[in-house]
Design a protein around this ligand. Structure first.
Ligand code: MG
Length: 232
């Protein structure tokens, strides 16, 4: 091959497709947090504020998070916690509070709500804290930027209300991707978002009709309370 042919070949290559740059969503100030709403009568309660029974580490050891004052606080280096109960499609309610701490980007109030232990709705202190948009609070990690940044400042309770439709399977193969709608502090931030597969840090690369809820330990003392779901 002559140098000329090589040059022509190289120049003829289409430019590598560049992923479009993700834009941070608009900031929306949510309404003030009212009193905690107790779960509805048919909810399956995963954490009622009294104990970590019903939760374990990924490898089945006792969960190392700390329970006090009706809340549980993530203890750095103790690992993620996984619910013993599993569910398929569900309405999921989680309340969380990012800690009062310094740090920026992903290093501030990082945790995560992993539906089925596989799909992370990111928990992060994104109040006046920039990071990559598909990794900010409310992102379906690295798949969907939230439609709004509805974060409250650190040290305040926040809510996630998630309507999750599990992936469906036919003949052992996935027929439909999982989907999630998420309200953050009452603000719609994911609108029937299609989840193409497990996100980073999932408990498995397989997808399943049912799975647990996993709360991520990412080195930050994020608190949780009032965790429940209603099967759909
Ligand atoms: Mg996380």
């Amino acid at each position: 091959m002559t140098l000329l042919t090589l040059t022509v070949l190289v120049l003829a290559q289409p430019p590598a497709a560049k992923a479009p740059e993700l834009k941070a969503p608009p900031v929306v100030t949510p309404g003030a947090m009212g009193a905690m709403q107790p779960p509805p009568s048919d909810a399956v309660v995963l954490f009622d504020g009294s104990s970590l029974s019903g939760w374990a580490t990924r490898d089945g050891k006792p969960a190392g998070w700390k329970v006090a004052d009706g809340t549980m606080t993530c203890q750095p280096k103790t690992g993620d916690i996984v619910s013993s109960k599993t569910f398929g499609s569900a309405q999921i309610h989680v309340e969380f509070m990012t800690p009062v701490e310094q740090g920026e980007g992903q290093d501030r109030g990082n945790s995560g709500v992993y539906i089925h232990g596989r799909y992370e709705v990111q928990v992060l202190d994104s109040f006046k804290n920039e990071t990559y948009p598909d990794g900010q609070c409310g992102a379906i990690y690295k798949q969907h930027v939230p439609l709004a940044n509805a974060c409250r400042p650190q040290g305040q309770w926040q809510t996630y209300d998630i309507i999750f439709h599990a992936a469906t399977f036919e003949g052992g193969r996935k027929a439909n991707n999982a989907r999630a709608t998420v309200l953050h502090n009452g603000v719609l931030i994911q609108d029937n978002a299609e989840i193409t597969g497990p996100t980073g840090g999932a408990i498995g690369q397989d997808e399943t009709p049912t799975g647990p809820l996993l709360l991520q330990e990412h080195g930050h003392a994020v608190r949780y309370r009032n965790v429940w779901y209603r099967p759909l």
